[in-house]
Design a protein around this ligand. Structure first.
Ligand SMILES: CC(C)(COP(=O)(O)OP(=O)(O)OC[C@H]1O[C@@H](n2cnc3c(N)ncnc32)[C@H](O)[C@@H]1OP(=O)(O)O)[C@@H](O)C(=O)NCCC(=O)NCCS
Length: 136
């Protein structure tokens, strides 16, 4: 059975997914701190095995960032990512009731823009904005 729940059981599950999707190994202490400071996160399990994860970071009311959407490779293209995104968007809709102007950002990995477009995200350039930037 596939089910979704808030948070994640432990940092090792987060690091395992991170590694499996090709983002490399992360230090346990750093990952734990990142999870502790996360505003909202959800995990998808099949039986007791994690197969997906996603989180919202930010100030909880004005600016939110969608971060670390990860689906275990053998479960990709099975709508798990869609389930994760829709659950995060439900949370965002709750926040919108309090602040209709909440801004929601994400940094798409290369060639993953198409995945996010189906949820209403547009490229900054098409919104008349500059490129997103990252500190080197
Ligand atoms: C990107 C990712 C989260 C998508 O999750 P998923 O469960 O495989 O996606 P879904 O099955 O819900 O896909 C739904 C639709 O999104 C689109 N889509 C899925 N993966 C895509 C990709 N890599 N690029 C472009 N569009 C994609 C397709 O239209 C797909 O529908 P289809 O399978 O009927 O063609 C997943 O592939 C993943 O974890 N990748 C590695 C980590 C990563 O890059 N995360 C995103 C960081 S920005």
């Amino acid at each position: 059975m596939i089910y979704i729940k808030e948070n994640i059981n432990n940092v090792d599950e987060f690091n395992m997914l991170y590694d499996l999707v090709g983002w490399g190994a992360y230090n346990r202490k750093i990952s734990q701190k990142a999870l502790d400071n996360t505003f909202y996160s959800i995990s998808v399990y099949q039986e007791d095995n994690i197969i997906g994860f996603g989180r919202l970071i930010g100030d909880s009311i004005c600016f939110l960032y969608i971060q670390d959407i990860m689906v275990k490779p053998e479960h990709q293209r099975n709508k798990i990512g869609t389930l994760i995104m829709n659950t995060l968007l439900n949370k965002i809709n709750e926040i919108r009731k309090e602040n209709p102007d909440v801004k929601v950002y994400l940094g798409a990995s290369k060639d993953k823009e198409g995945f996010y477009e189906q949820f209403g995200f547009i490229r900054r350039i098409d919104a008349g904005l500059g490129y997103g930037m990252i500190l080197k």
